[in-house]
Design a protein around this ligand. Structure first.
Ligand SMILES: [Zn+2]
Length: 285
């Protein structure tokens, strides 16, 4: 069943009816700052599936302890449907290659409604042509498998992309490649942010008729800005600050605290993530 955004928000336990973001002066200054980033102008270097899986696994092993995830497999045998349910390492989720752009990734999941609502995963989709960008997409989707199935671990729908984007930046920054993957991550994320801000600006006054699309854009805009804010603190932080940020994220993965409690501990808010000055300095790194 394909669910409407409002139903999805309810099933997953997010706070209902998030308000569409209206771009303010700071958000528009950030738009000006990033308007030359364009993901369509990038030449993507081909890579093997194996090499991007190894890089992503090494990244997670270095920073986190990941938990197993609920997995469901469906099989049709003659007229009968069989399904089998178990818990597996997120790296064992089957990978399906689909005809999509180089930066595409998708965690396939099912929301099962019963006595209690739960999420099960069925696999991860990556593009047929694997490139250097696929490491980031795979890290992004594996992160979703860690923060997105414990009911109530994220309260605000607009934070749902935050840790996935943060881990893309952290993974790219941890590569010993002279900053190449970090630059690619910036191009992908900041051009996506640019399109999101533009979409919100164009949608002014259409909040009712285009609610779902504008809420989705608001989610990407807010999550990306907060993820950058958090990563900029990590990047410029000392060893203790860095360890503390990773520890707080691990607690969210473990279901010990909500993502919002993690953000409070790290002092990450939407207003304080709207600093053109901080971003300008970071982009010169
Ligand atoms: Zn995502």
């Amino acid at each position: 069943m394909v669910v409407d955004l409002k139903d999805e928000i309810r099933y997953r336990g997010y706070e209902p009816n998030p308000k569409i973001i209206i771009p303010n002066e700071n958000l528009l200054s950030i738009y000006e700052l990033i308007k030359d980033f364009d993901m369509n102008e990038v030449e993507y270097k081909r890579e093997s599936l194996r090499s991007i899986l190894v890089k992503a696994k090494e990244f997670f092993d270095k920073y986190y302890e990941l938990h197993k995830v609920p997995f469901e497999i469906f099989k049709k045998v003659g007229p009968f449907d069989f399904s089998y349910d178990c818990e597996i390492s997120p790296f064992w989720l089957p990978i399906k290659r689909v005809d999509e752009d180089a930066y595409y990734g998708m965690l396939r999941e099912l929301i099962v409604c019963g006595e209690e609502t739960r999420t099960v995963f069925t696999g991860i989709e990556l593009p047929k042509i694997i490139t250097e960008a696929s490491t980031l997409s795979y890290v992004h989707e594996i992160t979703h498998s860690q923060d997105n199935h414990i009911y109530g671990s994220i309260r605000n729908y607009y934070n749902t992309e935050l840790l996935s984007v943060f881990n893309e930046l952290l993974c790219a920054g941890s590569m010993d490649d002279g900053g190449k993957l970090s630059h690619l991550a910036d191009v992908l994320r900041l051009s996506d942010l640019k399109y999101g801000i533009k979409f919100l600006q164009d949608g002014l006054g259409k909040e009712d008729e285009k609610y779902n699309e504008l809420a989705e854009a608001s989610c990407y805009v807010e999550s990306t800005l907060k993820a950058y804010n958090m990563y900029m603190d990590y990047y410029s932080g000392d060893k203790m600050t860095r360890q503390y940020i990773i520890l707080m994220i691990q607690k969210v993965f473990d279901g010990e605290i909500t993502l919002e409690q993690c953000l409070e501990a790290l002092d990450i808010t939407y207003p304080n993530s709207l600093s053109p000055k901080k971003l300008t300095k970071f982009l010169k790194r």
